[in-house]
Design a protein around this ligand. Structure first.
Ligand code: ADP
Ligand code: MG
Length: 254
């Protein structure tokens, strides 16, 4: 019940089928890694889960907490506890981090009960400190002129404040140096608990050394071609994606 279940999901982008029958389960309290080479369809999967209008589910279902959410708009999915951090976060010149985050928090709350400003600032400062972000950042325009690493921290900052039940993080490790990777990974681990689920989309295994996956799915050409535990991520690191390209029946997936 307390989980995300994807069943035979087919997704089309601009008339082209990108996902060709993806099934995956992520339960609360669990870290699930979705790995795959560039162009496999990982980001498209994240967008489809969140309900991006360009990523159309043509077949299959997305079930969350026992409810079919395949047709719900993104804001409704967010209210139900889903969160997606983008591989390439959007720049919003003119919108400060503080304003953006306060609006985002209030949009998931009852309209008559917005978060008091002082309480918001307290939470924001605490989360920024944990992510080793300078407080001055709260007044900067969201992602405007941010380095790759700063954008990723800003995504995790958003997650820290919104406290989603099911977070989908798309390549949060890309473009991070070793120290930033550790800080971001610690930030993610701090947010995990038995009521929070995490779907970690990643090309490389390195973030999985800091955020331990319970399950690993490997996607290639729009399909899940292998499922396993942490050892599968290590195999990919050592031998590359080519080593697992051959499926159980000995055929290379079409
Ligand atoms: P990954 O995240 O695994 O690298 P993507 O989901 O970004 O893979 O891309 C999978 C395929 O879908 C690629 O061939 C990509 O060009 C295509 N694709 C994704 N989004 C779009 C889009 N908005 N318009 C056209 N093609 C897209
Ligand atoms: Mg991607």
């Amino acid at each position: 019940m307390n989980e995300l279940q994807v069943k035979d999901l087919h997704v089309e982008v601009k008339g082209k089928e990108i996902l060709k029958g993806v099934s995956l389960t992520a339960s609360k309290g669990e870290v699930v890694a979705l790995m795959g080479p560039n162009g496999a369809g990982k980001s498209s999967f994240g967008y489809a889960l969140m309900g991006h209008p360009d990523y159309k589910a043509t077949k299959g279902r997305i079930i969350y907490n026992g409810k079919n959410i395949t047709k719900l708009p993104p804001d409704e999915r967010a209210r139900r506890g889903l969160f997606l951090s983008f591989q390439h976060p959007t720049e919003l010149p003119g919108v400060s981090i503080a304003n953006f985050l306060r609006t985002a928090m209030n949009s998931t709350r009852d309209k008559k009960n917005p978060i008091p400003v002082a309480e918001f600032v307290r939470q924001l400062k605490e989360a920024m400190k944990a992510l080793k972000m300078d407080e001055s950042f709260m007044h900067r325009y969201l992602n405007d002129g941010f380095s790759g690493g700063e954008k990723k921290r800003a995504e995790i900052l958003q997650m820290a404040l919104l406290k989603p039940e099911m977070a989908i993080l798309d390549e949060t490790d890309s473009g991070l140096d070793v120290d930033s990777l550790k800080t971001v990974a610690e930030g993610i681990n701090r947010l995990m608990n038995k009521n929070t689920g995490l779907l970690l989309i990643t090309h490389y295994q390195r973030i999985l050394r800091h955020v331990k996956p319970d399950k690993v799915y490997v996607m290639m050409e729009g399909k899940i071609i292998k499922t396993g535990g942490e050892e599968l991520a290590r195999q990919i690191e050592n031998e590359g994606y080519e080593s697992i390209k051959v499926s159980k029946d000995g055929k290379i997936p079409p």
